[in-house]
Design a protein around this ligand. Structure first.
Ligand code: SAH
Length: 215
């Protein structure tokens, strides 16, 4: 995709991602390909490749590029997976996942955000993303099980339905903590058992729903 932002995007990949240890070549390629500026309101497009999270409306944010890349890398996608995302937001993370897997289901509780993301993803030609408006803390059973699940909002705990809907050998990547500070957490399912690992500290907007924070 050739656009006026190609150089900024290449620099983002070089300095913010490679420079901080993102190594998976497929993740780096996807981050260099998806036009992040298109997922932002017009007045913020010039900042799209900055090293920061940005507001996308309805009080929500698009994550910092490094965070998107780091969480995606932790999923260890090879290309044939079915992935569930909770927190569609702008649709940017969903597009990155769609570049790297076979099928993406992405859930969003704010219907207007889901609709806007749907229009844009269609315009950009992504045919392997299914958007579902609703509470993602209960997952989406009709498409389960998933080889990878990513939650892009702060979770008070690991939502039980998400672990249930994870395939054996699959990975769930999510920020777990309180409303103000979380730890990026990696949950693996091995023969039905839960294996949990912790990565770095992070700050996300709250996950609100049955297995999330109260509204
Ligand atoms: N991944 C997004 C950023 C997400 S911000 C992107 O790439 O732009 C977190 C999103 O999670 C917000 O849009 C918020 O509305 C949504 N969210 C919060 N609780 C949710 C829930 N229970 N189910 C689905 N989405 C939820």
């Amino acid at each position: 995709m050739e656009d006026g932002f190609a150089r900024l995007r290449a620099e983002m990949v070089e300095y913010q991602l490679k420079g901080r240890g993102i190594k998976d070549p497929r993740v780096l390629f996807a981050m260099g390909r998806v036009p992040r500026h298109r997922f932002l309101p017009a007045r913020l497009q010039a900042s799209a490749y900055d090293d920061s999270a940005l507001p996308i409306g309805s009080g929500q944010t698009i994550s910092q590029p490094y965070m998107v890349a780091a969480m995606t890398e932790l999923l260890e996608l090879k290309g044939n997976e079915k992935v569930l995302e909770v927190g569609t937001g702008s649709g940017y993370q969903a597009a990155i996942l769609a570049e790297l897997s076979n099928k993406v289901v992405s859930m969003e509780r704010i219907e207007t955000l889901s609709n806007e993301a749907g229009k844009l993803l269609k315009e950009l030609g992504y045919g392997n993303i299914e958007l579902v408006a609703g509470d993602g803390t209960i997952g989406y059973a009709p498409e389960a099980p998933y080889d990878g699940i990513i939650v892009t909002a702060a979770c008070p705990d690991i939502p039980a339905p998400l672990f249930e809907q994870l395939n054996n050998g699959g990975r769930l990547v999510l920020p777990v903590g309180d409303r103000f500070l979380q730890t990026l957490t990696i949950v693996k399912k091995k023969e039905g058992r839960m294996i949990t690992e912790y990565s770095f500290g992070c700050v996300f907007v709250p996950l609100i729903g049955k297995y999330g924070f109260p509204d």
